[in-house]
Design a protein around this ligand. Structure first.
Ligand code: MRU
Length: 363
């Protein structure tokens, strides 16, 4: 079911890296070639790529590109150190970035042979691991959808999601979309309520795009509609992704996720978080205090980008010229509002105990 016609990141014959320019979706499918680590830094900062797992994969290939340049241009080790520190500083919230960079550092520190080859192989391994991880999240998340479908005697299961935690945020499958695509494969009727997800509109631009490509019935809603739909029995479950999850099960995700969790809690609707273990940050406990929340440029709020009737993709100002805006990228949903966490190893409670039952290596 997953769209085999493209992944979100791939390599070229001349051993560079290409990604989809997600800023142009859904109106235009264009590809950006990354030839230097600076290209990878820019791709992450400017949100050409985004979504925790894909940020990690891009950073891994960014290090490969830095190693290649260092060896080919006979630069010294400080060039590579600079690449690591610029990539580390490219976005603050998604922990996959740091996880992937640590994996690359480890591989290079232990490299006894060819530096370029080692970086190339490690980055590819990180990408392949994400594909399999997301597939397994689908395997474990599917029974949760099946259970609701059975309870509803085969009637449509209505799922609400926020932001984009689909394949566009990963490499293939996606985290929240993997159980959805696998449910579709099994003939279960699903329908997805897609939050538009201001300010960058990952819902309307990206989630709606990929659900369309996969023929998943879906409806776009404004970010404030979820509570109303829940009150009227029109949502059976909420599934969101995450950028960082603490040892206690607190979850940082795109701004507005917390409000969905509150509404779900008030209406007794299961609120699931789908995550690859690469999004776990077991070194911290309290999400509210310890997860750094990215603040982005206020113009992302003051302007909205779209396609005009004349077919031009351009931003328009949606407030008075002088009105300032605040732009927090993420919020933290406390563990008590998360019904279950869906991982590649199974489903668990959003708690230290729950996470350790699946990931005992963090004891
Ligand atoms: O700012 P973004 O678009 O990178 O934020 C992405 C999200 O919040 C996703 O939901 C999250 O990274 C999970 S992607 C599988």
């Amino acid at each position: 079911m997953t769209d085999k016609t493209f992944r979100t990141i791939w390599t070229t014959e001349d051993r560079y890296v290409e990604v989809i320019d997600q800023r142009m979706l859904p109106h235009q499918f264009s590809v950006v070639k990354l030839e230097t680590y600076e290209d990878a830094v820019e791709a992450i900062k400017e949100m050409i790529v985004r979504g925790a797992p894909l940020i990690g994969a891009t950073a891994a290939y960014g290090i490969y590109l830095a190693v290649r340049e260092m060896v080919e241009e006979q630069l010294n080790g400080s060039f590579l150190d600079e690449a690591f520190s610029e990539l580390r500083a490219s976005r603050p919230t998604a922990v996959n970035l740091f996880w992937a960079l640590d994996k690359m550092r480890d591989a290079l520190d232990n490299c006894e042979g060819d530096f370029i080859e080692t970086a190339w192989k490690k980055a590819a391994e990180i990408v392949e691991e994400d594909v399999e991880t997301c597939r397994m999240i689908g395997v474990h998340g599917l029974p949760l959808i099946e259970e609701i479908a059975a309870r509803k005697n085969g009637e449509t299961v209505n799922i609400l999601t926020h932001c984009n935690a689909g394949m566009l945020g990963c490499v293939e499958w996606g985290t929240i979309t993997s159980p959805i695509y696998q449910a579709m494969q099994k003939g279960i009727n699903v329908h997805v309520w897609v939050d538009e997800t201001r300010p960058r509109n990952q819902g309307s631009n990206l989630t709606a795009y990929e659900l369309t490509r996969h023929n998943v019935p879906h409806t776009l809603i404004v970010d404030n509609a979820g509570g109303h739909l829940m009150q009227h029995g029109m949502v059976d479950m909420v599934i969101v992704g995450t950028d960082r999850t603490t040892r206690h099960g607190d979850v940082a995700n795109k701004i507005g996720t917390y409000l969905k969790a509150l509404a779900a809690h008030d209406n007794n609707i299961p609120f699931y978080v789908a995550l690859p273990s690469t999004t776990l940050d077991m070194s911290i406990r309290n999400g509210l205090k310890e997860i750094p929340i990215e603040e982005r440029n206020q113009d992302e709020v003051r302007f909205m980008q779209g396609k005009t009737k004349r077919g031009k993709i351009e931003p328009v100002l949606i407030c008075p010229e002088t009105t300032p805006a605040s732009n927090y990228g993420f919020d933290v949903t406390p563990a008590r509002l998360v019904s279950k966490i869906i991982t590649e190893r199974g489903v668990c409670d959003a708690s230290e105990e729950g996470l350790l039952s699946l990931f005992p290596e963090y004891k």
